[in-house]
Design a protein around this ligand. Structure first.
Ligand SMILES: Nc1nc2c(c(=O)[nH]1)N[C@H]1C(S)=C(S)[C@@H](COP(=O)(O)OP(=O)(O)OC[C@H]3O[C@@H](n4cnc5c(=O)[nH]c(N)nc54)[C@H](O)[C@@H]3O)O[C@H]1N2
Ligand SMILES: Nc1nc2c(c(=O)[nH]1)N[C@H]1C(S)=C(S)[C@@H](COP(=O)(O)OP(=O)(O)OC[C@H]3O[C@@H](n4cnc5c(=O)[nH]c(N)nc54)[C@H](O)[C@@H]3O)O[C@H]1N2
Ligand code: SF4
Ligand SMILES: [Mo]
Length: 751
């Protein structure tokens, strides 16, 4: 972190990583952990039989570098989890909840790991210690006094292991509800919905090997240098093999321009590798317009050269082509191009690149999913792949780049508010009860239900529900309306400070913690962004004797809650192999789980789209007709995206710098086009408020500083979670209900 106290606005970087990344990661870990523990954990990070990085879900290559198979932000994730500071009962006796509410997210995180179960009793000012058995008893009692199990909601964040997630969903369904909202609802839900409908699987189709073999990689709405840093070494390799890369992003992100690989002499001593061959600085939420313009141009070109499109693939493998084409050609090309803010020349360059290549991979992140038309965005990306026959073969396909390290695995384990019939049937068959069929609440639905007191108990398996959710003030009220809020957490966060009538904090082990049961070191399993399941074994002594592993926490809550126990919970937590045996019997693709996961690099789950066997009801890949974005703006409205800085993991703030964007010592900033700033009389550093008026409700945040920046006109960017109070609870994506946190209308006024 920079040492200056006040916000400093410097220059935007045009290259990512390099030797600086190595220094910063070392500084980060050594300021939080001993040299011995730092070395111990880093030497095992992402190595076979080692600790899986708790950061993002980017996959590990099958060959692991001895120099270290991790990135700067992986080290930050480790340092944040395994730091040696402690939040213990003495800490809680020192600070009241009110006092803690005044502290920043950064400060809360720096206080250290939670060590003891704590309770905030009704009308009390301080959390006090409680025993595990007392805490579980309270949870069981509260859950059993509800008039229906649907009055409770069970949230999951994507760090939870397969073993914990499987037990958690089993317990929740035995209890009697499908209210299993999870962080996916705010994240790649739009991808899941769009991909399930079009290609039959809600996950990506490509492997790392496909990326190395691709001829063209299109990266939409994703900032890999910060959020998936090792993707850059993969892109570097793909480029070496001849791939062209196109970045489609309103912001010029450093890592998409150039990457200095700190593991190569070139990356340290020379200029690094240029990543994007073409950089399209599109306006926010105009990706459908761009894709439609590109596809119209491809159809025009194909009249002279039919080979540009894969007619055979279209005929044999797809459905809905004619209707799609007819609708597409009704659009006015000039209008589409104007909407994007790009020049015809830029679009023609992209069209040329696509026309000449067949092995195309599309990658995307939150820049596509978090819009009202998020599902349309992704379906339109699929349409492009389908006309090119670029899915179901080597070097081609879909690559939604997932967020948390096991967010994909949690869904596979059955954390879903809309479970499949196949899953429910298997649960019924294996566990001898009829699981509820009625769909449960997603994140946004759960918040609304808590707000209206229809949900009275909230349990969070990891995560920071309050800060991650939209409409912060509304969500605060929603949590406060509960009778009981329970957070199973590694670190203190703002959700602990918006308690229900009674609140519990249950301290959990994290990925880095060594867990020994009956003399045997237990490991957990996770699934990466490309559907590979592998193990993770902790390396460090847990922060106290009172923290518990997630599966044990779930099993004990289940025991304290369920009246009839058809599951032998104690047996399951004696050895995690026992849990995996049940997963093998219940979840498709996990046959011989214990055996296969012990292979050094794990195993791949079935993926029809990967092999061109589409598992949609009609067994075809389906074309879709998608809507352009539809936001009516007043003359003084801007469209705001909320995004991540380089120094955060979602709501966990590692530091106050975003060096790739030239921001130091502050997060309350608004990136705005310099001409827009001038037009409304704003200068660098001016203090402003942002506000909007959706449904006649005024939402406002204050004390933001102006940063004139390279961003298209009419668009602004802020950091999440500071600007979440501006994201209306009901501004969500059609079908996926993902909060539209990348396109929020706002107005600006000087403070
Ligand atoms: N270090 C670190 N790693 C992380 C995380 C973290 O917070 N920190 N979070 C994890 C999680 S849970 C997730 S989901 C991922 C998130 O990874 P990303 O998807 O990279 O997340 P964001 O920072 O939200 O960045 C979104 C990108 O979309 C662009 N964008 C915004 N609007 C649009 C648009 O309308 N169109 C296009 N084409 N682009 C747009 C933004 O400029 C930005 O570059 O990262 C994961 N990894
Ligand atoms: N405006 C806006 N809002 C967004 C987004 C955005 O781009 N813009 N992004 C959305 C996205 S993509 C996501 S995924 C969500 C993230 O939402 P969440 O997943 O709810 O948030 P995190 O910040 O990842 O959760 C951090 C907390 O998890 C706990 N934790 C960490 N590791 C472990 C562990 O191993 N076990 C347990 N039990 N607890 C652990 C710690 O206590 C920590 O404080 O936010 C969403 N919100
Ligand atoms: S790319 Fe993601 S998973 Fe890999 S080391 Fe970095 S943060 Fe961890
Ligand atoms: Mo995410």
């Amino acid at each position: 972190m920079n040492n200056k106290k006040s916000l400093f606005i410097g220059k935007q970087a045009n290259s990512a990583a390099g030797i600086k990344a190595v220094f910063i990661s070392l500084q980060q870990i050594l300021s939080r952990m001993s040299v011995k523990n730092s070395f111990k954990v880093l030497s095992k990070l992402n190595q076979k039989d080692g600790v899986d990085c708790p950061g993002c879900a980017w996959p590990d290559p099958s060959h692991r570098s001895k120099l270290g198979e991790f990135c700067e932000n992986g080290v930050k994730a480790i340092a944040e989890e395994a730091m040696e500071n402690r939040v213990d009962p003495i800490f809680f006796s020192k600070y009241s909840v009110k006092e803690l509410q005044q502290q920043s997210d950064y400060w809360l995180g720096q206080q250290g790991r939670l060590t003891h179960p704590m309770i905030l009793k009704e009308n009390e000012t301080h959390y006090t210690p409680i025993s595990w058995s007392e805490a579980n008893k309270i949870i069981g009692q509260e859950l059993n006094t509800l008039s229906h199990p649907n009055e409770a909601a069970f949230y999951t964040s994507g760090r939870t292991s397969n073993e914990a997630a499987f037990l958690y969903q089993l317990f929740v369904r035995m209890y009697g509800t499908n209210n299993l909202p999870d962080c996916s609802n705010m994240c790649h839900e739009s991808s899941g919905v769009a991909l399930s409908k079009t290609v039959g699987i809600g996950k990506g189709s490509v492997t790392l090997d496909d990326l190395y073999k691709a001829e063209l990689i299109l990266i939409f709405g994703q900032n890999p240098a910060t959020n998936h840093p090792r993707m850059l070494s993969c892109l570097e390799k793909a480029k070496k093999n001849g791939a062209k890369v196109v970045a489609i992003n309103p912001l010029k992100e450093a890592g998409l321009m150039n990457f200095k690989n700190p593991q190569t002499p070139k990356g340290i001593l020379a200029n690094g590798t240029d990543i994007a061959d073409l950089y399209l600085q599109i306006k926010i939420n105009e990706d459908v317009a761009l894709l439609k313009a590109v596809m119209i141009k491809l159809f025009h070109l194909s009249e002279k050269n039919p080979k540009i499109l894969d007619q055979e693939f279209i005929t044999q493998k797809t459905e809905g082509f004619q209707q799609f084409k007819e609708e597409l050609l009704t659009h006015n090309l000039e209008n589409l191009i104007n909407r994007t803010g790009l020049s015809t020349k830029e679009i023609d360059t992209l069209v040329e690149l696509i026309a000449q290549r067949n092995k195309i991979i599309t990658c995307w992140g939150m820049g596509l999913t978090q819009h009202v038309n998020g599902v349309d965005n992704i379906q339109e990306v699929v349409n492009l792949l389908l006309i090119k026959g670029s899915i179901g073969k080597e070097g081609a396909g879909t690559c939604p780049v997932r967020g948390h390290s096991n967010v994909q695995g949690d869904r596979t384990m059955g954390i879903a508010e809309k479970p499949s019939k196949e899953l429910l049937d298997k649960i019924a068959e294996n566990f001898g009860f009829t699981p509820p069929k009625e769909h449960g609440y997603s994140v946004v639905d759960a918040i609304t239900a808590m707000y209206h007191k229809k949900v009275k108990v909230f349990i969070g398996m990891g995560g920071n529900f309050l800060s991650a959710a939209p409409d912060t003030h509304y969500t605060t009220k929603a949590l406060e309306n509960c009778n009981l809020t329970v957070h199973i957490s590694t670190k203190l966060n703002r959700s602990h400070l918006t308690p229900g009538k009674t609140a519990l904090i249950l301290p959990s082990m994290g990925r880095t913690d060594k867990y020994i049961k009956n003399g045997k070191a237990q490991f957990v399993t996770v699934e990466n962004s490309m559907g590979v399941v592998h193990s993770s074994k902790g390396a460090l002594t847990p922060p106290s004797d009172f923290v518990e592993s997630e599966p044990v926490i779930v099993a004990n809550i289940a025991k304290a809650t369920l009246k009839q126990n058809k599951v032998h919970w104690d047996f399951l937590i004696q050895d995690y192999d026992h849990i995996r045996d049940l997963i093998a019997k219940t979840i498709n693709g996990f046959e011989n789980y214990n055996e296969r996961v012990k292979q050094p690099i794990g195993f791949e789950l079935p993926n029809g789209a990967r092999t061109g066997n589409f598992t949609t009801p009609n067994k075809k890949a389906n074309f879709t007709i998608n809507k352009l974005s539809d936001i009516s703006l007043e003359s003084d409205d801007f469209i705001m995206m909320t995004t991540r800085s380089h120094d955060q993991f979602n709501t966990t703030i590692y530091g106050l710098d975003d060096r790739y964007r030239g921001i130091y010592n502050g997060r309350m900033v608004v990136f705005i086009n310099p001409e827009d700033a001038k037009k409304i009389g704003l200068q660098k550093g001016d203090k402003i408020s942002l506000y909007n008026n959706y449904n006649n409700i005024k939402r406002q945040v204050d004390d933001f500083s102006v940063v004139p920046y390279n961003i298209p006109k009419g668009c602004i960017a802020t950091y999440y979670p500071e600007s979440n109070p501006l994201v209306p609870i009901d501004l969500t994506a059609n079908l996926s209900h993902t909060p539209s946190s990348k396109s929020v209308k706002v107005k600006i006024k000087k403070s």
